[in-house]
Ligand binder design. Sequence first.
Ligand SMILES: O=C(O)CCC(=O)C(=O)O
Ligand SMILES: [Fe+2]
Length: 288
Amino acid sequence: MAVLGVDEMKSLSASRDASAWEIPMLPGAAERLSAETGVRLSGMDLLDLDDTQYRQLAMLISSACVVVISDNPLTPPQQVEFARRLGDILIVPGVKRHVEQPELFVVENPAGSSAGADFFHSDASFLPRPPSYSILAGMEVPAFGGNTMFSNQYAAWATLSPALQDYLRDATARHGSARLTDPSQLTEGVPHHPLRRVHPLTKRTALYLTSLDRVQNIDGVPAQESAAILKFLYDHSCRPENVYRHRWMQDDVVIWDNRCTMHSAVGDAVSSDRVLHRVVCAGEVPAH
Ligand SMILES: O=C(O)CCC(=O)C(=O)O
Ligand SMILES: [Fe+2]
């Protein structure tokens, strides 16, 4: 049953708040994917967990930022059913939906093309309550090309200087999306989210950011100063040592927590058609 040992789970959270970790009593085996970020679970049927195990899985995702579950082929209804165990389903405005399963967004990259979202971002931060988990299922996976990368935004925060952490302590920034051409899709207006975000489950502090075309101006800070600081924070977050790069295998289910990670496709050419199905869970108003 037990997968990661207590000491290993604690060391995953490095010297930062080790109390954030719970020991997941999940079936199968677990393996850490990098020093800071990511755990792979194998030998587990994710449709066959009890409520306690779902809670532990949620805590594991929120602690490791991203969890890869191997060998779990999912039909669209099964993926939605699974996502519901992690939270309410969120329908993100402005993205193309699966015809039969409107909760699903289809990522489709024909052979030879490159994945579109090849810049680090946090999903749908233009919403007042951005998504918590995003669940991406590998339906058709190329032999090479089209990896997905994940940053660790807890580590990004923890490695800022105390002076910069202080500067950002109560800072908020306006979020938007160039993709949303119809502003009526944003019924509650453009949100201002804290840059320092305390995760509701782990209670750890993360740097909450998205791509620089979607996070605009730190409130109350002159435009040039804000742009320079946001660029520094973004580059700081996306440094290779703060990133896990995932090479997709058929039937991988990859779940990340948008409250503590950014992600980016690698924009190289895929060797064959690449099809991924995404469902996202509703989150809460970001708090600091
Ligand atoms: O294509 C990818 O690897 C990432 C897609 C993405 O950003 C998403 O599904 O939210
Ligand atoms: Fe995304």
